[in-house]
Design a protein around this ligand. Structure first.
Ligand code: NAD
Length: 543
């Protein structure tokens, strides 16, 4: 019991280290990469704090060096899903009865572990397991991970402080109860920070969680769990299982105590999940909270007044960093014909200098795509583009999977603005460009808005203020994260809360109080100091 309104520390964004030659962080990460490559780890599930192994081991290899073995994870089945639910529910009351300040302390300590002693380890794991360059790993698994933890603690305190007004003789209170059951966190491969945030945000708000990461992120998921445990997270609060998604979903989503899902991943999977939840509404003890951040088909739209240099740089960074595997990656661009020759020249000049290869070589700007299925899918789109009429491969278009899943940055120019790669999420280093007549700005705004079902991120480049304003209005619903004269990627926790609507998700804005509000079930308490003792009202008296 605490006698005081404790203030949580002021959150801040973890400074990004630059890993320049000679820097201590560069030396440290190089040593960590070498050490991690030299060992073969076995990764068990973690249920109720116990390490769980099975008879089925699945090999983990760096996407950019597929003949090297980093380790194995133990694949579980239905029984482990049941175990994880039981483990979570068995500690629910104990976890919920802990003071919120204790929960805050655990996750604040976790943030300090991430940004301090575990920084090199979580970054190296993300580089090796998910093929991120050191910079991409740093902004994700060190900085964004720590930011989520520190800002979420701050938002939790802000939410708890939000209280109703009271009238004379009455004291109204709001209690932000955790949910009465367990939360299912289902996480994607592409951000270690998201994988960490989806189970930890509900846990911070007092919930118990079953967490299933993507198979291709398990190598860094193991480090996340280590950090939470070292920070003092009690056993059973977050249970880490490696079970195929459909097997896990079948049990978790139809359990009576299932009270919510925190999902990030593809639109296709989220739609299946939503449907499965709806199909079992009669079984659930309450209406589960459904939070899902899903796919994108993110645009860059340039006005004829745009700065070609800034535009070309935004396209290179926005489309090709982390091999285009960010939900926010620029993947369709609309360039006016007055700017195109110059933008094309600058774009090609930059792209010719980009090196693609193993991320342990720091001169590479891009690594490999995540797995063979993704490689084959992308190669298929590229092959079709080469054959299809009205499509020109402006740059790249080559790929090679002999040692790793490498795809050269590829730029397509299309005559038809509704060509498939302008509409569908490819999730790889492929940027499609449509060049429009410079005097058709207003028509192009309308085209951008209706081309895809997604509405995650988008960027507008212009110097003309009237054009900026026209775009702001015309594209109101085209993106949940909207950028003016900046690339559409790189949202920072606390600065640009992230999420989109339409087919891109429930737009609950991770990295803001809006997301945390989804993990509570508020109870309003009215206390009357002077309750009435007569049911009659004055109007009932005789005149
Ligand atoms: P995915 O949908 O393939 O997988 C997400 C999770 O669902 C993984 O844990 C996976 O194992 C599981 N899964 C896959 N199929 C399943 C099924 N049939 N039933 C149950 N679970 C299943 O996504 P991914 O490839 O890991 O991540 C890339 C996707 O995530 C892209 O579409 C990207 O746009 C999206 N994404 C969105 C955001 C955002 O904030 N909007 C952020 C990151 C990624």
């Amino acid at each position: 019991m605490y006698s005081g309104f404790y203030k949580v520390p002021q959150p801040y964004n973890e400074p990004v280290k630059n890993y320049a030659p000679g820097s201590p962080e560069r030396k440290e990460i190089k040593a960590m990469l070498a050490a991690m490559r030299s060992e073969v780890v076995e990764i068990p599930m973690v249920i109720g704090g116990k390490r769980i192994t099975t008879d089925e081991k699945i090999r983990i290899a760096p996407p950019h060096d597929i003949n090297h073995t980093l380790g194995y994870f133990y694949q579980g089945g239905a029984e482990h899903v049941h175990m994880a639910i039981e483990a979570a529910l068995s500690v629910r009351r104990q976890w919920q009865s802990l003071e919120w300040q204790d929960r805050a302390a655990i996750f604040l300590k976790a943030a300090d572990l991430v940004s301090g002693p575990y920084r090199a380890k979580i970054n190296a794991a993300t580089m090796l397991g998910q093929s991120k360059t050191v910079h991409q790993a740093e902004i994700d698994s060190a900085c964004e991970f720590a930011d989520f933890l520190r800002f979420n603690v701050h938002y939790m305190a802000q939410i708890y402080g939000e209280q109703p007004i009271s009238s004379p003789g009455i004291w109204n209170r709001m209690e932000y109860r955790p949910m009465e059951g367990f939360i299912y966190a289902l996480t994607p491969f592409n951000f270690t920070a998201i994988a960490a945030n989806l189970p930890s945000a509900p846990a911070l708000m007092g919930n118990v969680v079953v967490w299933k990461p993507s198979n291709t992120q398990i190598y860094s998921a193991r480090v996340i769990m280590e950090i939470f445990e070292e920070a003092g997270l009690p056993p059973g609060v977050i249970n880490l299982i490696f079970v195929p998604g459909p097997v896990a979903g079948k049990i978790l989503l139809q359990h009576p105590d299932f009270v919510g899902i925190h999902f990030t991943g593809s639109t296709e999977v989220f739609k299946k999940i939503w449907k499965a939840i709806g199909d079992h509404v009669a079984v659930h003890n309450t209406y589960p909270k459904i939070v899902g951040e899903t796919g994108g088909k993110d645009f860059v739209l340039a006005h004829r007044s745009a700065d070609p240099r800034a535009l070309a740089t935004a396209l290179v960074r926005g489309a090709f960093e982390y091999q285009g595997q960010k939900c926010s990656a620029a993947s369709r661009a609309y360039i006016p014909d007055n700017l195109w020759p110059e933008v094309k020249r600058l774009l090609l000049e930059d792209l010719q200098t980009i090196k693609v290869g193993p991320v342990e070589d720091f001169t590479n700007f891009m690594g490999a795509v995540i797995d063979e299925a993704s490689f084959d899918k992308l190669a298929g789109y590229i092959d079709n583009a080469k054959k299809d009429e009205g499509v020109e491969v402006v740059f790249g278009g080559t790929y090679d999977k002999s040692n790793g899943y490498f795809i050269q940055p590829t730029v397509l120019q299309v005559q038809d603005p509704m060509y498939i790669t302008m509409r569908e999420e490819l999730f790889g280093p492929v940027l499609t460009i449509y060049v429009y007549p410079e005097d058709q700005w207003t028509e192009t705004l309308e085209l951008v808005d209706r081309t895809s079902n997604y509405a995650l991120t988008g960027a507008v480049f212009a110097k003309d203020r009237y054009a900026i304003e026209e775009a702001n209005v015309a594209l109101t619903n085209a993106a949940g994260n909207y950028y003016i004269n900046d690339k559409p990627t790189g949202a920072v926790v606390g600065q640009q809360p992230f999420g989109g609507a339409r087919a891109s998700g429930t737009n609950d804005k991770s990295g803001s109080y809006l997301n945390l509000l989804r993990w509570v079930s508020p109870r309003t308490i009215k206390e009357n100091f002077n309750p009435p003792i007569d049911y009659r009202y004055p109007f009932m008296e005789e005149a």
